[in-house]
Write a protein that binds this ligand. Structure first.
Ligand code: GDP
Length: 461
């Protein structure tokens, strides 16, 4: 893998902004910086000190005024010599600065190449490198906290600990293969192997929650026209306005938005009135609702609590038969929280459905009452039992799969040992377990996988 050349990229998002940053990393970073940046006060570069000056082109003409900093490897993000040049945040000016860096000898960086270098240079392991992408793409505070914890290195440390637990038994088994049995001191390998299996199982189990927190889930809002689906969607988005972002590539008319519900990023699909129609079935949006429910992990049946059940409801309720569904009694403000009416409404809808709902919540999209409880209920149904929020969850399906394989191999070694299987076979299982762990930390991954992982990053990261 060629990675000792010098790369450059725009590190800030495209578009207009206060500042745009061009980042240069590699052994010629300082040379390139000196070629394209003229400090106002001449003198040698002191690492980690911002300097004011101008970016110039090959003819010495000024491109923009700038602040620049030089960082000496290994004390930089990539662990290589790195320069960062901050200029005015216009797309054209930032692009021109990048062009100067390329003309001065840098190569345009591939997506994620800075982070890949940090990994290849041993500054962070692969799980930490992937965590930096998760930080950038996090859509809820919980997902962000999990990614920050992973970058902090708890997973890497835990995997090293487990690896060490497997190393001693492996050394022992290898010794038994290489030397006659009476020359090798007997060793307890059951205790470390049992501990390794337990620790791997715990990590795999944590992924059930972790993956939902990171990847999110889908919920479909269904119900009669005017039940308040759109109002509810908007109200749920307002609960945590700051962290709500539209899904890239979609617009508001697809009626899909991501909201943070109990810390879980949930894509809410509103099936309300996309098409105007005289056909009663189409007006109800049954076909669209069916599709939305099919794709969703959860359905929210939204009901106007002040109105009796109508014929229209039957078709919609029938869609929820095989999906976990929250009966969401909306417009609670209209009935003054009348307990017996709520209970009656719940019974009526349960009767049509032919069974109980997985949960029932009363809300008012108008006043905001009950929205927190609705969010918590959605999260509870998606996650199952509540979990300790210590940030130690495996959040990545790739990690989960590799660790599940590691657990299986370690378990095979343990039971094999207990059944007197020969040490050479035990060594095969132990090596496979250690290699599977290495797929998460990056110690045993091929170039193809690395490129696949880092190509999901943006350029400049
Ligand atoms: P949809 O057709 O199911 O999407 O329903 P809308 O969200 O368009 O709401 C239909 C009507 O009910 C609108 O006039 C809303 O202002 C009103 N509405 C929605 N939620 C509430 C609520 O909680 N309380 C009251 N009083 N009115 C509501």
């Amino acid at each position: 893998m060629l990675y000792d050349d010098t790369i450059a990229a725009i590190a800030t998002p495209p578009g207009e902004g206060g500042i745009g940053i061009v980042r240069i990393s590699g052994r010629d970073a300082l040379k390139i910086l000196e070629r394209i940046f003229v400090p106002v006060r001449p003198g040698r570069w002191k690492p980690y000190q911002m300097r004011y000056g101008r970016v110039v082109d090959q003819n010495g003409a000024v491109v923009d005024e700038a602040l620049a900093v030089f960082m000496r490897g290994p004390r930089s993000f990539t662990a290589e010599d790195t320069a960062e040049i901050s200029v005015h945040g216009g797309p054209l000016v930032v692009e021109r600065v990048l062009q100067q860096a390329l003309a001065a000898g840098a190569r345009a960086a591939a997506p994620g190449e800075f982070t890949m270098r940090a990994f290849l240079n041993g500054r962070i392991d692969l799980a930490q490198a992937e965590a930096t992408l998760d930080i950038i793409t996090a859509r809820t505070t919980t997902a962000l906290a999990l990614a920050e914890a992973q970058l902090g290195g708890w997973l890497s440390q835990e995997l090293h600990r487990i690896r060490d637990l497997l190393m001693d038994p492996l050394a022992y088994c290898t010794a038994l293969v290489d030397f006659p049995e009476d020359e090798v001191d007997p060793q307890d390998i059951e205790t470390p192997l049992t501990a390794a299996v337990q620790a791997l199982d715990a990590l795999v189990a944590s992924a059930q929650h972790g993956i939902i927190y990171r990847q999110g889930a889908r919920a479909a809002l269904i119900g009669r026209p005017n039940a308040g689906k759109s109002s509810l969607l908007n109200a749920l988005l307002r609960v945590d306005r700051a962290i709500v972002t539209p899904i890239p590539g979609t617009t508001r008319d697809t009626l899909e938005e991501t909201a943070s519900l109990g810390g879980v990023p949930v894509v809410l699909t509103d099936t309300a009135g996309i098409v105007e129609s005289d056909d009663p079935v189409e007006r109800l949006g049954v076909a669209r609702s069916r599709q939305a429910v099919r794709l969703a992990d959860l359905a929210l049946l939204v009901v106007d609590v002040s109105l009796p059940v109508a014929d229209d409801d039957r078709e919609i309720v029938a869609l929820t038969e095989e999906k976990r569904t929250i009966l969401t009694l909306n417009k609670i403000d209209l009935i003054d929280a009348d307990r017996s009416l709520i209970a009656a409404r719940q019974r009526e809808y349960e009767q049509i459905r032919g069974k109980a709902f997985d949960a029932m919540v009363t809300v008012s999209a108008l006043t905001g009452q009950g929205l927190d409880e609705l969010g918590a209920t959605v999260a509870r149904l998606l996650l199952g039992a509540p979990i300790a929020a210590d940030g130690r969850l495996v959040t990545n399906a790739r990690h989960r799969d590799a660790l599940a394989r590691a657990a299986d191999h370690a378990r095979d070694a343990l039971t094999g040992f207990q059944q007197g299987v020969s040490p050479d076979l035990l060594a095969v299982d132990l090596t496979a377990a250690i290699n599977a762990i290495g797929e998460v930390t990056g110690e045993s991954v091929g170039e193809d996988l690395l490129h696949a992982i880092f190509s999901r990053f943006c350029i400049g990261k």
